[in-house]
Design a binder for this molecule. Structure first.
Ligand SMILES: *[C@@H]1O[C@H](CO)[C@@H](O)[C@H](O)[C@H]1NC(C)=O
Ligand SMILES: *[C@@H]1O[C@H](CO)[C@@H](O)[C@H](O)[C@H]1NC(C)=O
Ligand SMILES: *[C@@H]1O[C@H](CO)[C@@H](O)[C@H](O)[C@H]1NC(C)=O
Ligand SMILES: *[C@@H]1O[C@H](CO)[C@@H](O)[C@H](O)[C@H]1NC(C)=O
Length: 344
């Protein structure tokens, strides 16, 4: 009996000291933002801490000279000053910038590649939640759900609060990637006629959701009741929707944007909404974020704006953190990286 106990104590001891060693062996990672105030997000931070010795950006700034040599990874969830070239240059051990989310327009990819640092993102896992918010914005905007819900005149609602029918309407999707396609699947459930532009899909994919490819974006804009933007921000898509494009849309049409700020010329959008060129807009993100509280878009009755919450569900944020960790570990161990973003 004594022997067994002794063995147990010994194995506890070994376990303890091996955890000790493991803690020291964990690679150091800089986290661009603090999550500690929110219980669920704290749980996700703990998930990072199981694998990395994490240093918050705030801690880092208190003593850059101490931390800089050790940092091998940066976790980033949003545009952050942790991406500044001067800061990146000061991290000699940095091997990877692991982003939660898809868009990496806040990073200077060629510069980062020149440092020999990899960049990763989390495509795929964000698509369901982002498509859901796109559809949610579309429905809420079409049926004016937010305004109706807070209007105290429940028996005598203003006729301005009459909605547009979603079922059977035409949905134009610009950007038929992962997210765009998920939106098409949801649109099919609403018996929508689906047009899409620019990334072409297989006949089989098209048939599965009843989508028709438009050679020409103007044609899609003219025919759609709802125009959904789901493109990445690139030099080609910056300002993709400007005054000319808005003027082609039906006066009853709604623009829904779940892609990136700057894809739409926001000043042109304000004018189009004020003058009735288009009926409404529903946006999950703006440029800048957040919009200044006195921005004209916020004063318009026909605009619904959510503050970039596309991926904010318990399930998707957790999956994003898991994928961020998988990507960073692969990069640090020299293994094939599941989601590497190459600088072209
Ligand atoms: C999206 O949701 C469906 C249904 O739950 C699931 O089968 C699929 O794996 C999800 N996709 C991703 C990328 O999480
Ligand atoms: C309904 O609203 C209109 C316009 O706000 C108002 O003129 C009218 O008196 C209201 N009717 C009732 C029954 O409250
Ligand atoms: C359309 O597709 C082409 C080729 O895939 C690409 O070069 C171009 O940037 C795309 N345009 C838009 C607006 O997405
Ligand atoms: C479109 O949405 C993206 C993010 O969802 C945002 O960054 C961008 O500013 C939006 N454009 C407009 C005009 O609202």
């Amino acid at each position: 009996l004594f022997g067994i106990t002794c063995e147990r104590v010994l194995s506890y001891f070994i376990l303890l000291s091996s955890t000790q060693v493991m803690e020291e062996d964990k690679p150091c990672a800089l986290i661009s933002e603090l999550w500690s105030e929110h219980t669920y997000l704290k749980e996700l931070s703990d998930l990072l801490k199981q694998n990395f010795h994490t240093i918050s950006y705030r801690e880092f700034l208190q003593n850059p000279a101490l931390h800089a040599p050790k940092i091998q990874a940066i976790f980033m969830w949003a545009p952050s000053s942790a991406a500044e070239p001067s800061l990146l240059r000061s991290l000699p051990s940095l091997k990877v910038i692991a982003n939660g989310g898809v868009g990496v327009d806040h990073l200077d990819l060629p510069f980062i590649a020149s440092l020999g640092v990899k960049v990763t993102n989390t495509p795929g896992v964000v698509s369901n939640a982002t498509a859901d918010i796109g559809m949610g914005l579309l429905l809420a905007s079409a049926r004016k759900i937010v305004q109706v819900a807070v209007d105290p005149k429940t028996n005598n609602l203003s006729s301005n609060l009459m909605g547009f029918e979603v079922t059977g309407s035409t949905l134009g999707i610009i950007g038929m990637g992962h997210i765009g396609y998920k939106i098409a699947q949801r649109g099919k459930g609403f018996e929508m006629k689906i047009l899409y532009y620019n990334r072409s899909r297989s006949d089989e994919d098209e048939r599965a959701v009843g989508a028709t490819y438009c050679e020409n974006m103007d044609d899609l804009l003219r025919r759609s009741d709802f125009v959904m933007l789901a493109v990445n921000l690139t030099p080609e898509t910056t300002g993709l929707i400007g005054q000319r494009e808005l003027s082609l849309m039906k006066p009853t049409a709604t623009l829904v944007n779940v892609s990136r700020g700057l894809v739409v010329d926001q000043d042109a959008l304000v004018k189009a909404l004020q003058s009735g060129t288009i009926h409404a807009a529903a946006l999950d993100v703006t440029h800048p974020e957040p919009l200044p509280r006195d921005h004209p878009l916020l004063g318009l009755p026909n605009v619904l704006i959510t503050p970039h919450v596309g991926t904010d569900t318990y399930q998707t944020t957790r999956r994003m953190v898991e994928v961020v960790v998988e990507n960073a570990q692969a990069a640090l161990n020299g293994l094939p990286i599941p989601n590497e973003v190459k600088s072209q």
